[in-house]
Design a protein around this ligand. Sequence first.
Ligand code: PGA
Length: 255
Amino acid sequence: MNKSLRKAVIAGNWKMNKTPAETTELINSIKPLVAGADCEVVVCVPYIDLFAAMEAVKGSDIKVGAENCHWAASGAFTGEVSAQMLKACGVEYVITGHSERRTYFGDTDKTVRDRTRAALDNGLKVILCVGEYLEQREQNITMEVVSSQVKIALAGVTEEELGNVIIAYEPVWAIGTGRTATADQAEEVCKAIRELIAGLYSKEAADAFVVQYGGSMNASNADELLDKEDVDGGLIGGASLKAPDFAAIVKAASK
Ligand code: PGA
């Protein structure tokens, strides 16, 4: 496996934060700090901030993503937004399967698969989140949990389509808690995910496949995590809301 075959992807997940005006302000502060970065930089923002974000990133290489999408193209789904609608707005990325959606909004492995399917069918790039709860780690079933999440979400996804998928390994106990996985813990699971991809698809697909770590990644621990062979970037929550912190992580990924 060769890390140099992959370009790191650092994606901010803003969650339910920032108004459109604040979006413009934050992206304007991030822009000069990440200019010339040697990694892909993405900001995933609330639906109402997408237009402000797409306007603000103009003239930079920063890409814009949404935080979720519905699986149907349109219909009676009050409050939802489809992948087709996101694509029509010019959005490039979408997160699927974030643990907060699984935990608080009833997302299941099946709905995550359906959202992922809709995103790929509409030409969006997907950041598919997987990860175990603390009890599952303590029961030593982390890999069982993560592999079944991956296998179900990717069922029916072709090797060609896989080029538009990134997996973010996010141990649920590390999200927003300040309790980061150690670099070795992150590497262990990211590596296992890559091996799973090699088994499901091919070694070439696995070598090219981006696996991010997410969960309290910040300016001070990014270097150590991103140094690991199979950690190809990060999905960043809290630290993505502060331009200098986010930029420091982008810098760590550009080395
Ligand atoms: P965190 O969130 O960086 O605040 O832990 C990561 C995520 O939820 O994607």
